[in-house]
Design a binder for this molecule. Structure first.
Ligand code: FE
Length: 354
């Protein structure tokens, strides 16, 4: 099984990718991270079957609708939420398949009335949303929350799992990534040890937390599964050339696409001077600016026109693309595979280069 824990630094949300036999699930995808998630799915050769939200989040907008637009994935969350646009309404005990594996749904209300925990088939991992956080838990003071209900959910549905079952929460604000049933049973200061429901409710009902900043935006958007009010997906894919986003965050252009579309592009070759005239040659119109000089010489390029960075294999030029983007260039791409691929594909070189 393929397992990846992904992080959104703005909301401190963890998104989980589970894959098997070419099929995948995403738990708690984040709207802004959809291009990242799609790039990873593509690189790992996985088809996204279903997105699962653990609950209606108040601190970020789900990527469910946006992922469905791109990959046709099912949108699953708790039936009780009656979310607009959900294609699968989940109940306690439901099973969600991917490849030869599956998750089982456990209803764990209390943080919200629609909280679900997803348990892997062999009980080695559970995705607890905000029902149980690492040494903590979600608040219970809005979205039909209830401290009494959360206490029962966590004790009966999560801390009753095998000792070594790993627990993956929806968030962690300190960057801790995982815990276990045994650990939380023993050390969770709110829900572990000898705490009883009265202690817990007393604690939770006196937290007096401010409402999350994004709540007024996020909750209504999440009740539409993350569909924007405009009803259309903003085009985040650059339109100046056919580009592919790599999981590393760099946009790439294929050699043939550069040949077809690149007549007006600025080509920056970031290799060292001797390489520019070695057996690989260089692209017609390429300007040599070794990577180490790029930032100092960035004003040699027109910010309005696309820039494509080139090197021997595509590694240094990926770095150059990042530097150019940081320097304020909006239209930047890396030539996929560099001069090595350009040469293998038999594409034209500058006449003075060989
Ligand atoms: Fe939450």
């Amino acid at each position: 099984m393929i397992f990846r824990q992904l992080f959104d630094p703005v909301s401190s949300t963890y998104t989980y990718l589970l894959g098997d036999s070419g099929e995948a699930l995403l738990i708690d995808p984040v709207y802004e991270q959809v291009p990242r998630d799609l790039a990873l799915l593509q690189e790992l050769g996985l088809r996204l079957l279903t997105t699962l939200d653990t609950h209606v989040h108040a601190d970020h907008v789900t990527g469910a609708w946006r992922l469905r637009q791109r990959s046709g994935s099912e949108i699953a969350l708790a039936a009780i939420v009656q979310a607009d646009g959900a294609t699968r309404a989940l109940e306690h005990g439901d099973r969600i398949d991917f490849g030869t594996r599956h998750l089982t749904v456990r209803a764990t209300p209390g943080h919200t009335n629609g909280c679900l925990t997803y348990l892997l088939d062999d009980q080695s991992m559970a995705f607890t949303g905000d029902s149980l956080l690492i040494r903590g838990c979600g608040r219970t003071d809005f979205q039909q929350g209830s401290a009494q209900q959360l206490f029962a959910s966590v004790r009966e549905q999560i801390l009753s799992l095998p000792d070594d079952c790993l627990l993956y929460p929806a968030h962690d604000y300190r960057g801790i990534t995982v815990t276990s049933v045994a650990e939380e049973r023993r050390f969770n200061p709110r829900l572990g040890g000898d705490v009883d429901v009265g202690d817990f409710a007393g604690y939770m009902n006196n937290l007096n937390l401010p409402h999350p900043k994004l709540m007024a935006v996020a909750v209504p958007a999440n009740l539409r599964c993350g569909k924007p009010e405009s009803g259309s997906d903003p085009a985040e894919t650059p339109d100046w050339a056919p580009l592919t986003l790599r999981f590393s965050g760099v946009w790439e252009i294929e050699p043939m696409a550069l040949l077809e579309h690149g007549a007006t592009f600025q080509i920056v070759d970031v290799r060292e001077a001797p390489e520019f005239i070695d057996r690989l040659g260089h692209l017609p119109g390429a300007r040599l600016v070794p990577l180490s000089q790029l930032i100092a010489r960035v004003d040699e390029f027109d910010r309005e026109r696309p820039v494509v960075a080139v090197c021997r294999s595509g590694v240094r030029s990926a770095q150059a693309s990042v530097l150019l983007s940081k320097a304020g260039f909006d239209k930047v791409a890396n030539l996929a595979g560099g001069m090595l691929r350009w040469k293998i594909e038999g594409l034209p070189l500058a006449s003075d280069s060989v």
